[in-house]
Structures are given as structure tokens and as C-alpha cells.
Design a protein around this ligand. Sequence first.
Ligand code: FBP
Length: 305
Amino acid sequence: MSEAVEKILANYAGEPPAVIGNLRRMLNYGRIGGSGKLVILPVDQGFEHGPARTYGPNAAGYDPRYHASLAVEAGCNAYAAPLGFMEAIAHEYAGELPLILKVNNSDSLGGPDQPCSALTSSVKDAVRLGCSAIGFTIYPGSELRNRMYRQIRDLIREAREAGLPTVMWAYARGKMSKQGETGIDVIAYCAQIACQLGAHIVKVKPPTEFVEYDVSKPLYEKIPHATLAERIEHVVQSAFDGKRVVIFSGGAAKDTASVLADIQAIHDGGGFGSIVGRNAFQRPRAEGIELLHAIQDIHTGKKTV
Ligand code: FBP
């Protein structure tokens, strides 16, 4: 038993043992298993952004098997993907690599609709595929957010009955400025909403110093948020004072030094880990693995940059 993992799981004591068991599995799997930190590989960008933008930089990624094997070889705690990718690999990886079925997705085609993902798979699919969790995206800020909140209310209940925890992508999008989508007040609010909706693991983007709402401005004069580490600390506090696992996304591909500097700040601010897609699978395989290892080492405190 890992003390760090059990300390985290004590915050989920009201959950059924099967849900806790799946959280324990993800926290204990992989190269940093048992550390209390998580590094997850998400590959839903083919759906979200299109194939050429997603796999073009490293064409090996057109093959669904590439990503699951990358997650294993790099020692990630889990792999998240939509139904099609999951169905293509689950027979080989279920029971080994913890799998997170992304049950809603949105594409980048079509008009300027308010952001709202479509339900693209179900809790039953997640059980059939041997997954350890479901994944769901909410867009706080969208005019359609209440529809997504109702959907996840029902899905969390169903997933819990099936013994599956929920990983929630909480991305502000819609009726706010572009800068506001990653503003500190907005990201902290997204983390809080996800926790209140019952998410077991929350995923948000690293926040910037920007403050979107006038009502927030005087408040943030008193909340330290000049550095990324300070902002991470505030987001973790907003996720039930650190009693929910909150992890941070990697973002569009960028140079290694910038990625690692962000990871160091996430670690310093008390973040629970990272979910890094494009920065991992768009690099040549060996480089992607090397980067994921460096990310893991920073999160566990083995390496500093
Ligand atoms: P990345 O590390 O590639 O940013 O992946 C994390 C992620 O949350 C994906 O799961 C999702 O498809 C993507 O970010 C969304 O990115 P964006 O907000 O740029 O569309």
C-alpha cells in the first residue's frame, strides 16, 4: 500500500469500494505509480481538432495502437480516448493499462454554435471495454452548459453504480473573452464546478494571470497569482482545498524547456499531475517518452528544472 495514495483516497471515503478501487488502480499504475501523482496520456484530439492537425506532426499516431503502447512504454498512469480508439485497443490493454473512456466529444467542424459536446459513448461501453473510468468534458461559459451539467449528473450516477470514477475536463468556452478562458478566476471557478458536479479527478488548463470578471478583480488583488505556481495553488484550493485530484493539461505542442517549466510550476503549486497529449505523441516516439519521463520525474520531485 502506498501512503501517498491512501491519503488521497481517504478524501473519497463516501464512494463505493469499486470506485475507490479504480482510482487506486490509476494512482498505483505506471512509472510513478504509488507517488500520489498522475501523468495521463489523452488522445481525443483527432476528434476535437481533426486528423491532420493531430497526427500530421508524427504520422505513426494515425494508428490507434501507437498511443496505447506509448502510454505503457512511457509508464503513464492511464490512457484516455474516445470510443473508436478505445475499441481498437481495449482487447490488448484492458486489465493492464488503466483506460479512461471519453464519453463525450466535440469536433471543430460546423458553424459558430455555442460549445457543447455530443454524447459519443456510454457507461456500458466503458464497462464492456474494461475501462477504469469515464471521461467527460464540460464547457462552463457555454450557453449550453446546463445541458452538459444535467448529462453528467446522470452519467456520474450510472458510472458510480458500475464502479467507475469520473474524470472531468473542465474547459471554459463560450460567452467570455478568449483570454478569459484561461484566466485565473475562470479556471478556479471551473475546478470548483467540476468538484461540485461530483468529479473524482478534475482536469483544467494551467491558468494565466488574467482576471476575466470585474467582480473578481478586487478579490484577486488579495489572492497571490503573479506566478504559475501561485495560481496552481489557488486552483488546488478551489478544488475542495486539495481534497479532489486536480491535474493540468499540456496544451498545443511547444518546446521542451517551456513544457518542463510549466510542469515545475504545477509541482511547486501542489498540482496532482498532468494530462499531456500533443506534446507527447506529436514528438518522435523516443522524444515523447523522454519528455513524459521528465514530466513524471518533476512531479515526483526526482528532478527540478
Ligand atoms: P493536450 O495535451 O494535447 O492539450 O491534450 C489535452 C486536452 O485536454 C485533450 O484531451 C483535448 O483534446 C485538448 O486538450 C483540447 O485542446 P483545445 O482546448 O486546445 O481544443
